[in-house]
Design a protein around this ligand. Structure first.
Ligand code: NAP
Length: 277
């Protein structure tokens, strides 16, 4: 497994996402993922499954220090004091002393960004999170957040898959030495039936999901966190280290990006996104 390194953080390039898994599912699938070799687990306060994720980690018996664990603060806990309390609650549910990475889940213009970034730094200073970062921040907001933060922001977690270019954001993050963590790496399943992906999968005798995740894996600075509630998919999605895509195949897959490729765009939360370029 390769890692993206950012300001002392060492993030496994392939992780397991847990959105839409309830506590029982999350417990089973996190254990399955850790047994399959994943060492990076992604959850959030909003997913309502931190308890299940924590139990899955305990069940698997993998040493805590070998696992990269991320959670995210929901936008209604962004006030100074309340953010710190919410993180203590998360740690209680997860059954851990600290997380490896704590993210702001979405921007929230109703609370001054400086106040929220200050609270995020406080959580880090207290040792409750080893690293901090953001999610769903376009370039301008990353720049603003970075200017307000005493500690480095190590990643921006955003939607990224073959149907959605993130070229301008990826360039800006690379310039800053920050990782791009790709959520919905499979487009929530929507990219799996693509003809070009299917043809490349046939050539490598692998599955479309493996081709897509390999495409993420081969990009410098990019981490991907696919999710599944089926053990065979969880295991297969991790089995991408035994083949590689040519430069020409990488370009063909990147060429699938389209203007309407975005899947996650919730009204009231979504910022003004960067032009795909
Ligand atoms: N920061 C944010 O705002 C944000 C937003 C969305 C997601 N996320 C994070 O990113 C993670 C991944 O995103 P996501 O869960 O939305 O979407 P995703 O990983 O792109 O896609 C998940 C879908 O793909 C299917 N799938 C997975 N592996 C497969 C395989 N090998 N073959 C066929 N189908 C397969 C799953 O079905 P099966 O269950 O049947 O396998 C599921 O329907 C989330 O779990 C969450 O941790 C973050």
């Amino acid at each position: 497994m390769e890692y993206v390194e950012s300001a002392g953080a060492r993030i496994p390039k392939l992780g397991f996402g847990t959105f839409q898994l309830d506590d029982d599912n999350a417990r089973d699938m996190v254990r399955t993922a850790l047994e399959a070799g994943y060492r990076h687990i992604d959850t959030a306060q909003m997913y309502g499954n931190e308890t299940g994720v924590g139990r899955g980690i305990a069940d698997a018996g993998v040493p805590r220090e070998d696992i990269w664990l991320t959670t995210k603060v929901w936008v209604d806990r962004f006030r100074d004091g309340d953010l710190q309390r919410s993180v203590r609650e998360s740690l209680g549910r997860l059954g851990v002393d600290s997380v490896d990475l704590l993210l702001l889940h979405w921007p929230n213009r109703d609370v001054p960004l400086g106040e929220t970034i200050g609270a995020l730094n406080d959580v880090r200073d207290q040792g409750l999170a080893r690293h901090i970062g953001v999610s769903n921040f376009p370039v301008a907001l990353v720049r603003e957040a970075e200017g307000l933060s005493a500690a480095p922001l190590v990643t921006d977690q955003v939607e990224y898959h073959p149907y959605l270019s993130q070229a301008p954001l990826l360039e800006a993050l690379r310039e800053r030495g920050m990782a791009l963590t790709a959520y919905c790496p499979l487009g929530q399943g929507g990219v799996l039936n693509d003809g070009t992906i299917a043809a490349i999968a046939r050539d490598h005798d692998c599955t479309p999901a493996q081709v897509i995740l390999r495409w993420h894996y081969q990009q410098p600075g990019v981490v991907a966190i696919p999710r599944s509630r089926r053990a065979e998919h969880v295991r297969a999605n991790f089995d991408i280290l035994g083949f590689s895509l040519s430069d020409e195949e990488m370009r063909r897959i990147s060429g699938l990006a389209r203007a309407d490729g975005r899947v996650v765009n919730p009204a009231g939360l979504a910022p003004e996104w960067d032009n795909a370029g």
